[in-house]
Design a protein around this ligand. Structure first.
Ligand SMILES: [Zn+2]
Ligand SMILES: [Zn+2]
Length: 120
């Protein structure tokens, strides 16, 4: 299961695989076979030299490997989302922490003193 090694990516659950079945690495120049399975270009060609059938489903690939534009698009999209997430995380971290801490401390003290008098 390629999903296990990269926990953050499980957020983007799309049907496309995240890693090459042959080398178990993120796709390097992804290609798609006739039968709809994805591999790195190098892996697909190297495997084809040993075995003319698809590594996954054993259908003959006939040496036909098309550029996997879907994977390339998704890789670009994830790279963008990562950049945005990094930027968003850095800024608000300082502000909410300060205001939250001081107001919570005040509330805690007040309710702590009031509560016993009501019960008695
Ligand atoms: Zn590969
Ligand atoms: Zn296949």
């Amino acid at each position: 299961m390629p999903f296990n090694c990269r926990p953050p990516l499980t957020l983007f659950r799309i049907q496309l695989p995240f890693a090459c079945f042959i080398c178990r690495q993120p796709f390097n120049q992804p290609v798609v076979t006739r039968c709809g399975h994805y591999f790195c270009e190098d892996c697909a060609i190297a495997h084809h030299k040993k075995d003319i059938r698809c590594f996954i489903c054993k259908e003959p690939t006939l040496g036909i490997f098309n550029t996997a534009t879907k994977i390339l698009k998704r890789q670009a999209k994830i790279a963008k989302q990562k950049e945005q997430a990094d930027e968003e995380e850095e800024e608000p971290e300082v502000k909410p922490d300060k205001s939250r801490n001081s107001s919570l401390d005040e509330l805690g003290l007040e309710t702590g003193e009031d509560a016993p008098t009501i019960v008695v």
